[in-house]
Design a protein around this ligand. Structure first.
Ligand SMILES: Nc1ncnc2c1ncn2[C@@H]1O[C@H](COP(=O)(O)OP(=O)(O)OP(=O)(O)O)[C@@H](O)[C@H]1O
Ligand SMILES: C[C@@](O)(CCO)CC(=O)[O-]
Length: 309
């Protein structure tokens, strides 16, 4: 027995900024997915996943009933029967493994759920995001709910500000295009919570706060606008600025062995790197005007193209 598929996501722009009301743009990434499943003879992996679901089910029992009601009895019966989340989405890589799981559970067990088929007003999107934030905070402390929302809707989401989000369209890909957005595998598992703590600590510093507002958020917002408009020339200019600001001010979020490679991209203009989610490991996001040149410059690294233009 296998349920519907829920996909991974990529926050193209907006990491950290969206905590402070910058814009953000998040897209589904269909390369990885997961589904709820029950097997006759579960593997060790399936058993571990099932254990994690058991703990999650216990947590969901305690959620505020005014926000969302789950069919807890059915959920409990299913996890007792060995249900697990059969998923190819890597964990701690910034592509939303817990988000896809949350979306799958909501889809299967929430009563009166908001569905993808109805007219998704901003109000409904915000309610969904609030429910998902509550659910996902089980996995990593505070959550914005954006990852599960993305996975649940399977649509790109534009974050205008904290309380203003909308499903959006993005320019269609050009199969033959040399321009690309790619993932670079750092080979290290990252963790969101400690990275967000470092960020919050830095925010106590006035210099950091001004940098965030006058540079980081400014460039992030410009990148989102450029991407949606399909203005790739301007996008590269702004991504370069963003890449520079991140290298100078978000060093703890960039694994040490990638500092040089990051700088090399800025010096040669062969590619520009930015954080993918909270950083600290997992994937790093790259932008290039010519993927062949980027591949050559990043020889020996694992790249996955996620978008061509
Ligand atoms: N297949 C799975 N089965 C059970 N639990 C899972 C599964 N995949 C992810 N999880 C849960 O989600 C947690 C990982 O979530 P976390 O938010 O730390 O990382 P992520 O969602 O992969 O990354 P990010 O939030 O940066 O995109 C795991 O520790 C586990 O509890
Ligand atoms: C780092 C952060 O901005 C994005 C992580 O995917 C945290 C968040 O907004 O939930």
């Amino acid at each position: 027995m296998k349920g519907p598929l829920f996909y991974s996501k990529i926050l193209l722009f907006g990491e950290y900024g969206i905590i402070k009301d910058s814009k953000g743009l998040s897209i589904p990434y269909n390369f990885y997915n997961g589904a709820l499943k029950t097997d006759e003879n579960p593997s060790k992996e399936a058993q571990n996943s099932n254990e994690s679901l058991k703990r999650f089910a216990t947590y969901l029992k305690g959620l505020d009933n005014d926000l969302v009601i789950f069919d807890i009895n059915r959920l409990q019966k299913d996890v007792d029967g060995g249900m697990y989340f059969d998923s190819s989405i890597p964990q701690g890589y910034g592509v939303g493994s817990s988000g896809a799981l949350v979306a799958a559970i909501y889809d299967k067990y929430a009563s009166d759920k908001i569905t993808v088929l109805e007219n998704l007003t901003r109000e409904k999107l915000l309610i969904l995001k609030t429910i998902f934030a509550e659910m996902e905070s089980f996995f990593h402390g505070k959550s914005s709910g954006l990852d599960p929302l993305n996975s649940y809707l399977s649509l790109p989401i534009l974050i205008n500000s904290k309380d203003n989000i909308e499903a959006t369209g993005i320019p269609s890909q050009k199969a033959e295009g040399k321009g690309a957005v790619f993932l670079l595998d750092s080979g290290i598992v990252g963790e969101t919570a400690p990275m967000v703590s470092i960020f919050m600590e830095s925010m106590k510093n006035e210099g950091f706060r001004s940098m965030l507002k006058d540079q980081f958020i400014k460039h992030t917002d410009a990148c989102v606008d450029d991407f949606l408009k399909g203005d790739m020339k301007s996008l590269f200019k702004n991504t370069k600025q963003l890449s520079k600001v991140v290298l100078n001010n978000f060093k703890p979020m960039i694994p040490a062995q990638f500092h040089e490679l990051w700088k090399k991209g800025l010096d040669t203009n062969d590619y520009y790197l930015k954080l993918c989610g909270s950083g600290g490991g997992g994937y790093i996001l790259g932008f290039t005007e010519n993927i062949d040149i980027a591949r050559e410059a990043l020889k020996g690294q694992k790249l996955e193209v996620v978008y061509n233009f």
